[in-house]
Design a protein. Sequence first.
Length: 281
Amino acid sequence: MKIAVLSGKGGTGKTTVTSNFAVNIKNSISIDSDVEEPNLHIFMDMKNPTSKPVYTLYPSIDKDLCTLCGKCGDFCNYHAIIPAKNQVIVFSESCHDCGGCKLVCPNGAITYKKREIGKIFNGRSKYDTELHYGLLNIGEMSGVKIINQLKNYTDSDETVTFIDSPPGTSCATVAAVEDTDYAVIVSEPTPFGVSDMKMVVEMLRQMKIPFGLIINKSGLGDEEIYHYCKDENIEILGEIPFDKKIAELYAHGEIFSVSIPKYKDLFNNIYKKIVEGRRSL
């Protein structure tokens, strides 16, 4: 079972929720797909990870075969390949590796070269749980290829995988939650939290992924989030209170359900709700 944890903006509590799930649900796998700024491995205290590079392809032009017809440039929506007066200019960082320019070239002038865009790290946490995360190289425009390769570690029906997703509703987020069995939205009970949450709700409904909500820092804001969930028939799976002790533990990079045992039941009960909800679908 693949469970994505996501939110409408950064800093809402995705990693907090994912890490607490990971240490409480036995034999689970954790994946941090926020490849621009991964931090799950810090809270999980990953030990001696191995790494492997992730490559993407970009077009290379054979000047002897190219007639500067312009079809490759007309095809590319990302302007990664632009025919100029005397040559074809390639912006390798903008290429999304779709292969289309090679297909439309009438002269076979386009081949591909590869370059590294980041790395995937694999290992185990100090809690003896399996953990994987990606890290996008500085200056790269898209981490979708890294995210797609990370999701290869979720291909087991016998274990549950928690995916710490990128914030918002970008292409990276869609790639992270695509093909998951369930999504957990994390939101704060504030006007901004609800506003950003609505975008995520719309995205998940369009993708036909069942979901529920965890309210983080409950008691901090107002009642708008509860009214919205009631009107939209969104299940509130659980609430994490706005608590100074939890904030202190987070600031020290610690998982609060480990230090405050009563919260173990909270995450175990939420997981049971998710499993039971999936069975009823």
